[in-house]
Design a protein around this ligand. Structure first.
Ligand code: GTP
Length: 380
């Protein structure tokens, strides 16, 4: 794993804490992609090298280290340009991946449903298209310098772009059809007057574990990032007389590659149509405040920030906290502390969901106000 601190020395020191979080997350992503991390290389640079990002001296050092460790992939905690990636792979004789590359790889390994697979394929193709476009303008510049027009490289790129364009169009059409089907199913649920609750939250917060515990289902829960890519819905009883449809959704992550945000928008949009969002937070994570802010940012991007929300601080068994309900100063309920693993706090959570259902039936305006009042800086 190669971590690069870019900038002047004083700025680099200030950013150390965030960089440590980012590094830990990159390591988790690498493990989730099925890689084992065998070595680390820290690099400091005032500015990135345009051809190799880390500079030729460091590439030699990295190559030697990888050779000695028998490593076949170098994972970078910075965004590599297509040219840098290609040059690094050539120099190292191994794969060079950055965060986006890793996330795309995980998503393609995990997608199970037809919709999930189509979404990942769309993201990959779009990612590929941006790389070709950039390569293309690079070629164009070269051509301008040489005073030539055309050439075999240019023709190939043009052909590749056209093929990708056709594929993207085809994938979008298929997804649109599936999206319509989902919408119809959702409308049917609304007509049946079912209360919809969606679990949202940063990847690895414990959404699937909570979903399984509440519904008695067997959704895939694992200590991996993005274990769940498809939305799974199930009916469950919150109390003997109160039934809801609970949906587990794809996890959020800081700086999700924009191709993936676009591709997963339709899946995430399910949250917009929910009557209540359970925002699951890993209360034991030191990065929980940033993670919550990121989730809120994406929720407002997809227009789901006006849906009533209940914050669920999960994994309290790891921080030795007792189950509790925390209210904001206006006395609207804001957060419940639970352990999805042990079931501690479930009675409180169920009671709060039931209260939200009552609020939505009797006082919709108040329910919406409560959602807007949630302070995202709240800490566990
Ligand atoms: P994505 O699919 O990546 O979005 O993850 P998720 O939010 O669905 O998380 P998941 O349920 O897969 O849980 C992630 C890890 O946290 C698993 O190893 C769980 O066993 C663990 N976990 C979940 N809830 C708890 C909890 O209450 N306590 C502890 N100690 N671990 C938990």
């Amino acid at each position: 794993m190669v971590s690069v601190a870019v900038g002047r020395p004083e700025a680099r020191t200030q950013a150390t804490v965030q960089r440590e979080d980012a590094r830990a997350e990159l390591r988790a992503l690498a493990v989730s992609a099925g890689l084992s991390v065998v070595g680390d290389l820290a690099v400091r640079r005032e500015r990135p090298d345009p051809a190799l990002f880390i500079g030729s001296g460091k590439v030699i050092e990295l190559g030697e280290q990888m050779h000695a460790l028998g490593a076949g992939v170098a994972v970078f905690d910075v965004a590599l340009s297509p040219v840098q990636q290609r040059n690094l792979e050539r120099e190292l004789g191994a794969y060079a991946l950055d965060r986006t590359g890793l996330i795309l790889d995980i998503f393609s390994q995990r997608a199970k449903s037809r919709e999930g697979r189509l979404q990942v394929e769309l993201a990959r193709q779009e990612h590929l298209a941006t790389r070709l476009v950039r390569g293309w303008s690079h070629l164009e510049r070269q051509r301008g310098g040489l005073g030539k027009t055309g050439g075999p490289g240019e023709k190939q790129i043009e052909l590749d772009r056209r093929l990708i364009g056709v594929r993207v169009k085809h994938l979008r059409a298929q997804l649109k059809t599936l999206h319509k089907q989902r919408r119809t199913q959702r409308r049917a649920r609304v007509r049946r007057n079912v209360f919809n609750v969606s679990l949202v939250g940063y990847t690895n917060a414990g959404k699937s574990t909570l979903f399984n515990a509440l519904t008695g289902a067997k959704a895939y829960a694992a200590d991996q990032l993005f274990a769940t890519l498809d939305t799974t819905s199930r009916r469950c009883f919150i109390s003997p007389e109160c039934e809801v449809v609970l949906s587990d959704t794809v996890g959020f992550i800081r700086g999700l590659p924009h191709e993936l945000v676009a591709a997963f928008k339709s899946t995430l949009e399910e949250s917009v149509d929910a009557d209540l969002l359970l925002h699951v937070v890993d209360a034991a994570s030191p990065a929980r405040a940033t993670q919550m802010a990121e989730v809120q940012r994406v929720l407002s991007e997809i227009g789901a920030d006006t849906v009533p929300q209940l914050v669920v601080f999960n994994k309290i068994d790891q921080i030795e906290r007792v189950p509790a309900v925390q209210r904001d100063p206006c006395a609207s309920m804001i957060a419940v502390y639970v352990s999805a693993r042990s079931g501690a706090g479930f009675d409180l959570l169920r009671a709060q969901i039931a209260a939200a259902i009552r609020a939505s039936c009797n006082e919709p305006a108040q329910a919406a106000d409560a959602a807007l009042a949630i302070p995202i800086s709240l800490t566990a």
